[in-house]
Design a protein around this ligand. Structure first.
Ligand code: 1GP
Length: 246
């Protein structure tokens, strides 16, 4: 398996959209449901499996990643809410800098804490500009990060932030309205960012309907991340994967 960022850039280059299935590590306590979700992700040819969450209440993080890796033939990518969410079982980690916020711990502090561990584990780190966008209600990530999301109707702020990320040398931008958000990032905001940077664009938060997924892909998203909708119904992965790849 090659580097995950190379897979994402190659897909972007050929216009192929990607689906990432997000596994909440707390959700991993129900192993049968976790296994079904991972199996469905593989059978539906989802492209990536993300594991992580902004607030971890279970102690079984490493075990969850180990199981996901064991059951999956897809690359397993950590989407860590803290430096505690690292595991050598993963293929890569999104090395997230919360560039929409002004919390120094989430811009560089946690990175310093995590860097030696990531190096020692030998997993690929993907420098990612993480941008929190208002999705209609406060979410766990907005509360835990203590940052103000970019207003939903301000594509210009998102574009300027993404350009700054690109100029800083980040390899991808991830715009997220947070898990369980009422609204996904708007197509207008994605279009503004698409016109402004050449980086792969990852979009997550509040994506439930196939029609929403289609409109976000058409607006310029390269990778869609879906968690909550698949926790509620792991069979929904098939229709979503078909829509993203169509
Ligand atoms: C959250 O982008 C993810 O960080 C996924 O959100 O759980 O709403 O799909 P959902």
């Amino acid at each position: 398996m090659g580097n995950v960022i190379d897979l994402i850039e190659a897909a972007k280059g050929s216009g192929r959209k990607m689906l990432a299935v997000l596994i909440d590590p707390d959700f991993g306590t129900d192993e049968a449901l976790l296994e079904r979700t991972v199996q469905n992700a593989c059978m539906a040819k989802a492209d990536l499996i993300f594991v992580g969450g902004s607030l971890l209440t279970s102690t079984a993080f490493n075990r969850c990643v180990e199981l996901v890796k064991q059951w999956s033939d897809r690359p397993v990518v950590l989407f860590p809410g803290s430096p505690a969410q690292l595991s050598h079982h993963a293929d890569a980690v999104l090395f997230l800098s919360l560039i929409s916020g002004r919390n120094p711990e989430l811009l560089i502090g946690h990175h310093v804490t995590a860097a030696p561990t990531i190096r020692a584990m030998g997993i690929e780190a993907i420098p990612t500009g993480y941008m929190l966008v208002d999705g209609g209600k406060p979410t766990t990530v907005s509360y835990v990060s203590q940052t103000v999301p970019i207003p939903h109707d301000k594509p210009g702020i998102a574009a300027a932030t993404a350009i700054a990320g690109e100029l800083l040398g980040l390899r991808t931008v991830y715009m997220d309205t947070g898990s369980g958000a009422e609204q996904a990032v708007s197509p207008e905001m994605i279009e503004a960012v698409r016109k402004s940077v050449d980086l792969p664009i990852i979009i997550g938060g509040g994506i439930r309907e196939v029609a929403t997924a289609r409109s976000l892909c058409e607006a310029g998203a390269d990778v869609l991340v879906v968690g909550t909708a698949f926790e509620k119904d792991p069979e929904h992965i098939f229709a979503m994967s078909e829509a993203v790849h169509a």
